[in-house]
Ligand binder design. Structure first.
Ligand code: ADP
Length: 269
């Protein structure tokens, strides 16, 4: 069986902190009410997965998350026949489970999946809401609570990899960006337990590093990396060492670029 990174049916017991950036929670609720699929685009580590997990909890739906990659086959999503002690049996994949149970199937980085894999989404993502299982001959009508959610990072996809218009036009699309300074500071305080002045300095540093993007880096410092940095600094690690291992090194392999990033870090720490 090919490796599918799958957090099966994450049923979170406790409330998961999510700092809304705008009206995305309301939009998602409306999409859910009208049984519409949702596409979320945004840079890495900006809160897409956290948002979907939060919404699954809020709407009391089981969540099936699949991290897409170019070896992902349709069988990884819908299921396959397996051999057991009593012969062959059918095992539902994460998409099929969500369709039957009325859960959310979240396909993270969906543009990484091969086009022939995403074609199975079409009849589910429009008003038919059906999933034909070719291998078993079954035609499953999605449970009323089923919701399809996909995400991708428009930053590092090339043109060939973009979603086909016929696929993307089936979704309600939300664009995420890194949070505003005030919200990102709030996230560092609540999520990483950072003191307000540390959160403020880290967010200011992130803003400065993000301005370097065009020149030197493919990707900018994400909220996720800032959370790592805030946690490490809050527990007493030397701030400049933290800037190197949580911000500079994850962003680049080029010694010159790392030096430039650390020069900026020294202004703040
Ligand atoms: P993405 O899926 O966009 O790559 P994640 O959702 O995994 O990013 O976000 C990375 C981390 O950043 C999360 O685990 C969470 O700790 C934090 N985070 C980002 N945005 C938010 C937010 N709006 N509210 C709470 N935590 C957030």
């Amino acid at each position: 069986m090919s490796a599918v990174s799958l957090e099966a049916a994450t049923q979170l017991k406790t409330e998961l902190y999510y700092q809304a950036q705008g009206n995305e929670v309301t939009l998602f609720e409306y999409a859910n009410q009208h049984q519409l699929p949702v596409l979320i685009k945004g840079p890495t580590g900006c809160g897409k997965t956290r948002f979907v997990t939060h919404m699954a909890k809020k709407l009391h739906k089981p969540l099936y998350t699949v991290s897409c990659h170019d070896d992902l086959t349709a069988a990884d999503l819908v299921g396959r026949h397996l051999i057991g002690p009593d012969g062959t049996y059918w095992q539902d994949g994460p998409l099929t489970k969500a369709v039957r149970e009325g859960g959310i199937c979240y396909l993270d980085e969906v543009v990484e999946a091969r086009k022939d894999t995403t074609v199975v989404l079409h009849p589910l993502a429009d008003d038919r809401r059906i999933l034909p299982l070719e291998r078993t001959g079954e035609l499953i009508e999605a449970a009323p609570d089923f919701m399809l959610v996909v995400s991708y990072n428009p930053g590092y996809q090339n043109l060939l990899k973009g979603m086909k218009p016929s696929t993307r036009q089936r979704f309600v699309a939300l664009r995420f960006e890194y949070p505003t300074m005030e919200l990102e500071q709030e996230i560092l305080i609540k999520e990483a337990g950072a003191a307000p002045n540390l959160a403020f300095k880290l967010v200011e540093l992130a803003q400065a590093l993000r301005r370097l993007e065009q020149n030197d880096l493919d990707e900018v410092a994400s909220t996720r990396l800032l959370i790592y940095a805030a946690k490490m600094m809050s527990s007493g690690m030397n701030p400049l060492d933290v800037c190197r291992c949580c911000l500079a090194e994850p962003l680049s392999d080029d010694p010159e670029t790392i030096k430039a990033l650390m020069d900026v870090a020294r202004i703040y720490f």
